[in-house]
Design a protein around this ligand. Structure first.
Ligand code: ADP
Ligand code: MG
Length: 336
């Protein structure tokens, strides 16, 4: 009797979700692994954390880093030798900038810095002078001005300053998932502060994830992930300061040189996280009128934008996937 009971309990032991939070990339990263033994899970978490810390360190925008060295050389009109990872990420940046018609512009680091976002602190200064903004916009730094040949990078325009903050998190999440797959883990989520890539499922059920409400605590909508996909959100609530009652956030429209207007958050689903991250930033800048065209140009089918009035604009593909988690449900507008 005793033995039979023991066997029964053992049979009932279901595979578990191993969930662990680590501090990496300057944010809380949540790693969920389904049905992975403890030793392997620990190994996976360590590998992912180390890799994210390396990316954070190498690509830091305002502390001495491999990136700041590249920027120094470019500002001096010098060319600079890139390693494999640098070549890859900068090439991706050039491509994503081109697809977004330069709304996504990682060469506009000087504008981000001018607005005070190259700092660990929340800026508490007034917004920059109009003349300073106009001056940087006129210098027109663009990814298309880079020459990148045989690992050698140069720019004819010394106003370029690389800031990969708009897609480095996506890149880090892609690299993390690659590490997990290498270890033989097929069911997992790597969630970096709400931006994530999921693979596989939670046994016979899909992973279910939440999309944060841009204006209140908690979740606006949820959805079940399908296979291997990334879900990234850009919002005006992530980093901002307020001055005279006006919010100034960290997603800068390179055309005006000012925080992009019209959207409060944009969520993009795409197979790879690098693209999803960059596209969320680009669609946010495109705004409620132009986001659909920018999505098309970037190869994005599944996206939604919450505008300043709280209306949720969605592609038809997104409308099929989301379930609103607030009552009453928001106004929606669905575009093919
Ligand atoms: P979050 O997920 O925190 O909302 P995003 O993915 O939207 O962030 O990226 C915002 C970051 O992207 C900024 O902090 C800055 O480093 C960078 N950035 C801001 N404006 C642009 C732009 N027009 N193109 C590319 N990167 C940008
Ligand atoms: Mg982004």
């Amino acid at each position: 009797m005793f033995i039979a009971l023991l066997v029964l309990t053992a049979c009932e032991q279901r595979p578990q979700v191993h969930q662990q939070q680590v501090l990496a990339l300057g944010t809380l990263v949540d790693i969920s692994l389904y049905d992975v033994e403890a030793e392997k899970a620990a190994r996976a978490v360590t590998a992912v954390t180390n890799q994210m810390e390396a990316i954070h360190h190498d690509w830091h925008a305002w502390q001495p880093s491999k990136l700041s060295y590249i920027n120094q050389q470019l500002a001096a009109g010098e060319s600079v030798r890139l390693d494999k990872e640098q070549t890859h990420l900068i090439r991706r940046g050039i491509e994503l900038a081109r697809q977004s018609d330069d709304l996504f512009n990682p060469a506009a680091g000087k504008l981000i810095a001018l607005w005070g976002f190259h700092s660990d602190e929340r800026p508490d200064t007034p917004p920059p002078e109009d003349a300073a903004i106009a001056d940087l916009v006129a210098q027109a730094p663009r990814m298309s001005e880079f020459q990148l040949q045989d690992g050698q990078l140069s720019s004819a325009n010394p106003a370029v300053m690389l800031d990969v903050g708009g897609y480095a998190k996506g890149y880090a999440v892609d690299r993390s998932i690659a590490i997990l797959k290498d270890i033989g883990i097929d069911n997992a989520i790597v969630n970096a502060g709400g931006d994530l890539r999921a693979i596989g499922a939670k046994g016979d059920r899909p992973w279910r994830i939440g999309i944060r409400h841009p204006r209140q605590p908690g979740v606006l909508a949820s959805l079940a992930t399908q296979g291997d996909e990334s879900i990234f959100t850009s919002g005006d609530y992530e980093r901002y300061f307020e001055y005279h009652g006006q919010r100034y956030h960290h997603i800068i429209d390179p055309r005006s040189g000012r925080p992009a207007r019209g959207a409060t958050s944009v969520t993009v689903i795409h197979s790879d996280a690098t693209t999803a991250d960059a596209a969320a930033t680009a669609l946010f800048i495109a705004g409620p009128e132009a986001w659909r065209a920018t999505a098309r140009a970037m190869g994005i089918d599944t996206a939604m934008l919450v505008d300043e009035a709280g209306t949720v604009h969605m592609t038809a593909a997104m409308a099929q996937r989301v379930r609103f988690e607030i009552d009453p449900v928001p106004e929606t507008e669905i575009l093919p």
